[in-house]
Design a protein around this ligand. Sequence first.
Ligand code: 3PG
Length: 475
Amino acid sequence: MDKYRIGIVGMGTMGRNLLLNIASHGFSGAGFDKDATKVRLLEQEGAGMQVKGFVDVTAFIDSLEKPAVIILLVPAGKIVDDVIVELQPLLAKGDIIIDGGNSHFTDTTKRVDQLEAVGLHFFGMGVSGGEEGARYGPSMMPGGDKEAYQYVQPVLEAIAAQVDGEPCVTYIGPGASGHFVKMVHNGIEYAIMQLIADTYEIMRVAQNWGEDKIQETFAEWNKDDLKSYLLEITADIFAYKDTDGTLLVDKIKDEAKSKGTGKWTTQISTDLELPIPTIDLAVALRDLSKYKTLREKLSTVFERQKNDKPVFKDAAFKDLLKQSYTFGLVTIYSQGIHLLSRASEVYNYQLKLNEIARIWRGGCIIRSSFLELIRKGFEREAGLAHLFLDPEVSSILKYTEQSVRTLVAQCITSGVSVPAYANTIGYYDAIRSAELPSNLIQAQRDYFGAHTYELIGKSGVFHTDWAHPSGNIPV
Ligand code: 3PG
């Protein structure tokens, strides 16, 4: 019996489509799932291809070439451990397990160590692109066991999205770096989605635009230098009519859910003390949206004055909005990438930020033409401390800065909610301040908690009895 090159555990949407992608590129694949319906679906969709489905785990493992390569595409968390426990007795030293789900990077760190100890190769691989990406070319972020990655590299490079002849996959780095990078990818995704939601709010609330104008504008932006997957799907959403001829999006409850990767990004950024406020805000806004009843109640207490005429004059407004969106987008990528560079130092991930920007140019949810600019920036200077320092990025920010100020000021004056836009300009103003008012915070901390402070131009730490002036006392 012919053996299969790759095995996938989990024949849900992602697993099945990835297996079909693998088979379309000439590599044979076996799929395992306990659910016979999912296995049948694989065999139907893969008819005529080198794929086979299994509901029996032993037969599945027996069907694989040696060393066995098994990609797990199962929900993150305990299920990943349960699957590993089930597979382990059937595997031999040198076999390779790849976790292709959205696992928390700390779980991946544990699994890397645990499986290395029993002679199995393991790596965590972020996969982005949803169903379509899995089937026709995702962006993949594998990190961990390099030797194992190299064994699977030809398959991964073949099935990945391709941009300018280059596959959207690269070895990310040691340990759980692959899953860490995917998590931050999702954090950036949350923030860009919130920025687009703010944009929609401005269009409909500040300007009273109808669906056609909203749709046209997103579609137009997506044609030029702002081209991105998220704008593309947004334009499609505003063109999608329900069976009764009205827009489907208008009927969807305004309560956003999440699966947790954005929250994880926010959590780790506070642990690493590396601010990513627009990502934090996007997570918070999804949570805030869930308080529908409270929002409804508050909307009657603090009624917003309806504007009879548009807040902005239309002629200049389109440019103002587009420039503000550009500013926001660049700021969001910059925050996410700043977090990656910090994590790389702390966890010794040895991340190559130019390579990460390169593989995000295609296949993944946050793909956009800006990633080429970011890639070039880190190619020019690998150790760039912050993307804002790149000459091309800084000239974009300088050029668009005034627009976002005008946009935010006017929206706030008119009571239009633009939290993401306001946050990006707030971040910019803080991070480009050589002097912040944080000296006052230090004084307050010392006043009420004797937490001490440092003095400009003087070494050591000091404490003052602020209520009974006696000078600063070294401690
Ligand atoms: C995914 O993993 O499917 C998305 O990238 C993020 O999903 P969420 O918005 O449900 O958290």
